[in-house]
Design a binder for this molecule. Structure first.
Ligand code: OAD
Length: 240
């Protein structure tokens, strides 16, 4: 199939836990990462849910409280601000809602959302539960016991095709705060176009996909610098 033309006004942001780290939310890997404190098999798999649902709910209740008490940082806000001059699609692996709270209007969650729960009987029944803790015995009329609306290891990623379709015509791609170790999410970046401007912002030097320029530093300080430059030379910035 022929590739669509690149849209110079379109930016795709692909974010991971490092973007929310300056807001006080733990990343998964590295120093103090969640997967150093918990065995992911114990809290983030369908097997864990069948064996010890209470432990799983407690793990996500803790995450939900942490996010509810956190605020979007300057990185989230700078990304939202790009919408003043660009068509912006945020593809995130994060399960927090800090992009939305910063003002981004088009956010695609690949790994689910903490503030949602869904039926264990019919996965199409998804409910917004906000920051409220989940309990065993939380049921909805037709839905039976609710579970976190989170992609566990071994489960299928959400919204993969929609995300991939968005990256193929993006004129600019910003990857931020992800170790790019979890597939198929990270594989979406292979569909970014050669001619697109591609930047990765990270504290460290993670795996760098082909054609990406690295801006090393913390998301909350580096992204505002990058987005200010992009806004300055946006396609319509010289119009009266
Ligand atoms: P990781 O914890 O694997 O990686 C976090 C990345 O953020 C690393 O590359 C860090 O160097 C970088 N980082 C940390 N602090 C930063 C900061 N202040 N500014 C910029 N970068 C910073 O997190 P993810 O790549 O998001 O999946 O993890 C991917 C998936 O693995 C998650 O969505 C989750 C996890 O298991 C599920 O739960 C399904």
């Amino acid at each position: 199939m022929p590739k669509p033309p690149i849209n110079p006004r379109k930016i795709v942001v692909f974010s991971g836990a490092g973007l929310s780290a300056p807001s006080g939310i733990a990343t998964f890997r590295g120093n103090n990462g969640l997967w150093g404190q918990y065995r992911l098999e114990d809290v983030a798999t369908p097997e864990a849910w069948s064996k010890q649902p209470q432990v799983v709910l407690e793990f996500y209740n803790e995450r939900r409280t942490q996010v509810a008490n956190a605020q979007p940082n300057a990185g989230h806000r700078a990304i939202a601000n790009l919408e003043s001059r660009f068509e912006v699609v945020v593809i995130t692996q994060n399960v927090d809602d800090l992009h939305e709270r910063a003002g981004s209007t088009h956010v695609i969650h690949l790994h689910g959302e903490l503030r949602k729960a869904r039926s264990t009987v019919d996965s199409a029944l998804v409910y917004d539960i906000g920051a409220a803790p989940m309990q065993i015995g939380d049921v909805r009329a037709a839905g039976g016991q609710l579970r976190p609306h989170i992609v566990w290891f071994g489960e299928e990623i959400m919204n993969y095709h929609a995300a991939r379709a968005h990256i193929v015509d993006a004129g600019r791609v910003l990857v931020v705060g992800t170790s790019l170790t979890v597939y198929p999410a990270a594989g979406i970046l292979r569909h970014a176009r050669n001619a697109a401007e591609k930047v990765i912002v990270d504290l460290d030097v993670p795996k760098r996909p082909f054609g990406f320029r690295l801006m090393k530093g913390s998301a909350d300080s580096v992204i505002p610098i990058l987005t200010a430059a992009w806004l300055k030379d946006s396609p319509n910035s010289h119009q009266p």
